[in-house]
Write a new protein. Sequence first.
Length: 290
Amino acid sequence: MTEAPAIQVALGGIPAYELLDSGNRRKLERFGSVTLIRGEPKAWWQPALSKRDWNRARAVHHEDTGWQLQPGCPRSWDLNEGNLTFRARISDTSKHLGLFPEQAPHWQAIRKMATPGARLLNLFGYTGAATLVAAEAGWQPTHVDASKPAVAWARQNQSASNLDQKPIRWIVEDAMKYVRREIKRGSRYDGILLDPPAFGRGPDGNIWKVERQLSELLDLCRQVLTPRPRLLILTTYNIEASSLMLHNLLGDVMKPYGGHLEAGELALSHFAKPDRLLPLSIYARWTVKP
Ligand SMILES: C[S@@+](CC[C@H](N)C(=O)[O-])C[C@H]1O[C@@H](n2cnc3c(N)ncnc32)[C@H](O)[C@@H]1O
């Protein structure tokens, strides 16, 4: 009989962050000293904390009107993760703050798989959390994102983390275009991270749709790997997909290399109800056998 892959629940979180509660399609969180409320489509249940607790939030994000801030609430502040410093920022254009604490299990894998001088390609790298974790651990990262402001923010995080001396390549480019070019140039990577949004745009406006282009991008990733890769992580969210789908996709790409493949959900536990887990994204992660 075929053995089904075990689906994992990988629990994220960092000391500077707490998921306090969730429910009624919203979540109450603490980033550093700032508590805030954002929409959370997956929180179908009732909140565990009282209305009074929720009303203490200093900032609330509404899908239709954006952020509403209490007097004195900062617009940007620093969060620490080990020796790294990430700037949290409330912007008019996004409900995201620049850091996804549920990704912490991936950061552990990046640290574990690091070997001095190995090259890591971070596609859709956003504000650079994974890139800086990798640089600190000894990888030589190349960070690719279509958004100039996101890459500028990532570079600020690099300086705030005292990692200016680390060899990081910062690239503002469409992910697919960049990988194609690297294949042609004969440039190869020992590890790849992919964190594609459901929908996005390259710097010259061309549209990215994960369900249409992911399989082609993974095929390009296969071509840009060294003959002895160490790591490949794929994370997706907000799409109609399951971790088994990601397991299948990565299984095909990494079949020639043996190694270990796992898939599952990235989740966070709640301060108010630790046995309730909030699922935030799905992933598949391939690592070389030690
Ligand atoms: C939500 S973020 C990924 C989160 C990030 N890896 C982290 O853990 O902090 C998705 C990123 O994809 C970028 N993006 C969207 N379309 C893109 C494209 N076609 N090529 C490259 N980056 C793109 C966006 O600018 C955004 O920064």
